[in-house]
Ligand binder design. Sequence first.
Ligand SMILES: [Cu+2]
Length: 276
Amino acid sequence: MINSTLAFFTPQSGGSSNANQIDSLYKITLYVALVIFVAVEGALLYALIRFRARKGAVAAQIRGNNRLEVGWTVAAAVVLVGLAVLTFAKLSSIQDPTNTSPDGDTLASQSGLVFASTERKLPPNGKSLNITVIGKQFIWQYVYPGANERDGLGAPYSYEEMVVPTETTVTLDIVSQDVVHSWWIPELGGKFQAVPGYHNYTWFKIPKPGIYRGQCAALCGRGHARMIATVKAVPPAQFDAWLAYQKQELKEANAEAAVERAKLNSQTGPERVENP
Ligand SMILES: [Cu+2]
């Protein structure tokens, strides 16, 4: 009961370990604050009732109490330092991606990125499934690995719904095409802004299949409210099949377009279209 009430006030979690760490850090701070709140307000209430105005009573005139003053100053400092140490100790488990689990180690997680960047965090073994998240008014686009080596084009993509494999470390490269947007799937961790001209990085690793919902979290214009985002986690083998299907569809569409273009190019006479 207490837990479910508290869950209403604390960050969402359960989708990825970094989100869980954020949540537990928040809860530890909340519990410490609750204990102090009850103690301080309790002392206040006690004093209000115990020492309330009575006829003929004369209040004791007390001028300072060194032990008490040093005591609460030191106690507050200890609480503050304790929380700071704990936060820094937990920070790496929030920022640094873990390795993909053996179950998630399929084709999809083998993209093996090596980047010379201090901001982009990779798992210890350097392998993750990297997806580029592009914010644009008013939809999210996701570009998956699988571009042609020849020209860097032809990578599979999707809009609004990101499909990812479970048990796989997914790193995100977040960019924007127009204005500032904000990528936020609460159950999968913190918010990250999509800023034109910059790259922002985050990661998640989802243990079980499911759907995780989010919403652009930076007012980006008229259609902002409709700029939703969904992450759909499926078993790794299913993801590989999905990605292969997307690539195939893209290839076929490109081939058809090439045929149409060739047809237009070969037209002569009055029917000919300039610059098809
Ligand atoms: Cu928005």
